[in-house]
Ligand binder design. Structure first.
Ligand SMILES: Cc1ncc(COP(=O)(O)O)c(C=O)c1O
Length: 350
């Protein structure tokens, strides 16, 4: 099963384009064996820990996950014979929980959010508690583990480089920063003028904004992760729940493309990039597929319960393209700020 990982398909959008000459592509990471981009980082983190003697069969893997890392670890645990405990929360999609437990992973549900309404720090605290209580427990620490971005620099980026003669922009969602940081550092060497646009959720604190709760899963964080390498990111587009969910729903009907929520955010941002850079070659990464969210963001009843009734979303290609041309939070450049801050920090240290 683990050998089926990678070489995921790339599709070209045909109908939903801001201008007819646009070349917008989407890499479908949902085609990995447990259904997401996380298979790549999880396998590399596990195998590097094994190679360096930090992990072996007597250990239990304990991890905080919003879903996809948990699926990946459940699969790896089943194939390699590890006990896996996943710390999850009430936002974790039902299908993810069923997948992980079907493959033998144990679920540890955190039911109370932290003061700011996020479950992420509550999950991390629970992982720390489990690590303290069980000396055989090991965590991969995906937020700071360099093997997370390395998986993408060494494996995902070469797949992309092989598939494109030229690439103007890479657009990818951020949570730990693993795939964007790894892809960007490797692809900027291959395509020197590549523009890299990070996609965050409105409400996420990943880029230093105050945290407020949002509906999308897999994207964003309530703190700034070590695997997010600002120096290789050129711009940031913070996408609202309604923009991402509209993209998911319209693309399913118009292009036969069932995107996950963060994939919806990445494709929305890729369309917005294309709208202001006509005719360029743009690649968006779809970290997983909509099949993870069939009973949530693709379900009218669930959306209504969440306070995002379907009538508040775009219903047609035309409506979605109008939203793309006037995004709620216009993209902002990032590199200049980072360079300025680095210079400031260097000046202060001198
Ligand atoms: C659905 C989904 N989107 C986006 C991401 C963000 O990826 P990364 O952690 O590489 O930044 C993840 C990571 O778990 C994910 O599961």
């Amino acid at each position: 099963m683990l050998e089926t990982l990678g070489e995921t398909p790339i599709v070209r959008l045909r109908k939903l384009l801001p201008q007819p000459q646009d070349r917008i592509y989407v890499k479908l990471e949902g085609a990995n064996p447990s259904g997401s981009i996380k298979d790549r980082a999880a396998l590399r983190m596990v195998e590097e820990a094994e190679r360096h003697g930090r992990l072996s069969s007597e250990h239990t893997i304990v991890e905080s996950t919003s879903g996809n890392l948990g699926k990946a670890l459940a699969l790896i645990g089943s194939v390699k014979g590890y006990r896996v405990i996943l710390v999850v929360d009430p936002k974790t999609p039902k299908s993810v929980l069923s997948y992980a437990s079907s493959l033998g992973a144990e679920l540890d549900m955190v039911d109370r959010p932290d003061a700011n309404g996020s479950y992420q720090t509550a999950r991390i605290r629970r992982v720390e508690e489990l690590l303290r209580k069980n000396p055989q427990a090991r965590s991969l620490n995906q937020y700071n583990n360099p093997d997370n971005p390395m998986a993408h620099a060494l494996q995902t980026a070469p797949e992309i480089a092989k598939d494109f003669d030229e690439l103007s922009a890479l657009v990818a969602a951020v949570s730990t920063g693993g795939h964007l940081s790894g892809l960007s550092s490797a692809l900027k060497e291959h395509f020197p003028s590549l523009h890299v646009r990070a996609v965050d959720a409105v409400g996420s604190a990943t880029f230093g904004h105050p945290f407020t709760p949002y509906k999308m899963r897999g994207i964003g964080l309530s703190w700034q992760p070590g695997n997010l390498h600002h120096a290789v990111i050129d711009s940031l587009h913070s996408v609202a729940d309604t923009e991402a969910l509209s993209t998911c729903r319209v693309f399913a009907r118009e292009e036969g493309l069932l995107l996950g929520e963060s994939g919806g955010a990445a494709v929305f941002a890729a369309l917005a990039y294309a709208a202001s850079h006509p005719g360029r070659t743009v690649l968006a990464i779809a970290p997983d597929a909509g099949s993870n969210y069939l009973y949530e963001s693709y379900d009218d009843g669930w959306l209504t319960e969440q306070g995002v009734p379907p009538e508040s979303l775009c219903r047609s290609a035309e409506e979605l393209l109008n939203c793309v041309r006037a995004p709620q939070h216009p993209p902002t450049p990032l590199l200049d700020d980072t360079r300025r801050m680095t210079r400031l920090a260097e000046g202060e240290m001198a």
